[in-house]
Design a protein around this ligand. Structure first.
Ligand code: SF4
Ligand code: SF4
Length: 295
């Protein structure tokens, strides 16, 4: 089966135990306004343009069959509605300013790439993590690939937004050693406002997974003005309290890494200019969490 991925990130130490190779799937059903991986939102290939690398040779403009590229004052402009995603511009761009985001790969081919990392996994008790984007958007491909990993004794983790119905989530249980999922706000309407999706399925799936005894880590990315008050965090702790001892809960600090991707994809970032969360603020909120539920 074929799937669409953005990148493989090797030697990762933040997405599960040991050294991990993280596979970023393309396609997401949420639209978190502070997202650090906006290149994963759309489930199709996209042209990325990095202005700083452009030498203004105009080769792209001349070859584009859709006339989707224009020369602006200080950069090339791509009309993404006109773009046919043919990739010709990326082939003639010698400076690397233009590239395609999104690579089709079969589960077999992906395994061929991943198996090179097995010595690192073995030495560090690591494995693979499927991230995104939302892995369950390409559930057939991801399940097939997780199955290959399990057959080969590789530890598997999945980072999911957990918004899918339980019957979809449940099928991943035998294939997944570690579940990583975010709960971004306790209030359904507020959650919907900032992410585009309500939180009912997320809360219900977290509870069901916890009751099934899987290894489950719930995280909240702490975002200024969204969920960074004591009350916001306590409200999430209250929701998770019935599952104390069956999951871990941790907070992640908002940062601005990856924000440059928005401009390169012709996207608007509403959090542009926002400062990273101060470490002291994160510590303060973590102290609150530790009073409620194991961190
Ligand atoms: S991918 Fe093709 S259609 Fe789109 S901008 Fe490049 S050359 Fe034009
Ligand atoms: S081909 Fe590349 S370097 Fe040349 S103008 Fe287009 S984006 Fe810039």
């Amino acid at each position: 089966m074929d799937g669409l991925i953005t990148t493989l990130q090797r030697m990762s130490i933040h997405d599960g135990p040991g050294i991990r190779t993280v596979i970023f799937m393309k396609g997401c059903n949420m639209r978190c306004k502070w997202c650090h991986n906006p290149e994963t939102w759309v489930c199709s290939r996209q042209v990325q343009y990095i202005k700083e690398k452009c030498i203004r040779c105009l080769s792209c403009l001349n070859i584009c069959p859709a006339r989707a590229i224009e020369a602006g004052n200080d950069s090339m402009k791509i009309d993404r509605d006109k773009c046919l995603k043919c990739g010709l511009c990326t082939q003639v761009c010698s400076s690397g300013a233009l590239s395609f985001i999104g690579r089709e790969v079969s589960t077999e081919k992906l395994w061929e790439e991943i198996r090179k990392d097995i010595p690192y996994f073995k030495k560090s008790h690591g494995g693979i993590t499927i991230s995104g984007g939302e892995p369950m958007m390409q559930s057939g491909f991801v399940k097939e690939f997780l199955g290959i990993c399990k057959q080969n004794g590789i530890h598997t983790a999945i980072e999911s937004n957990m918004t899918f119905p339980w019957k979809v989530v449940e099928e991943f249980i035998p294939l997944t050693d570690l579940w990583l999922c975010d709960l971004k706000h306790a209030d359904d309407a507020v959650h919907r406002r900032w992410t585009g999706v309500g939180n009912a399925n997320i809360i219900s799936n977290i509870g069901r997974l916890a009751d099934r005894g899987v290894e489950l880590c719930v995280r909240t990315p702490v975002i200024p003005g969204v969920n960074d008050s004591k009350e916001d965090i306590e409200a999430i702790c209250r929701l998770l309290l019935p599952y104390k001892g069956k999951l871990t809960y941790t907070l992640l600090g908002f940062h601005t890494l990856g924000f440059g991707k928005y401009e390169s994809l012709g996207m608007v970032n509403e959090f542009l200019g926002e400062e990273a969360l101060a470490p002291e603020k994160l510590e303060e909120l973590k102290n609150i969490v530790s009073k409620w539920i194991a961190c």
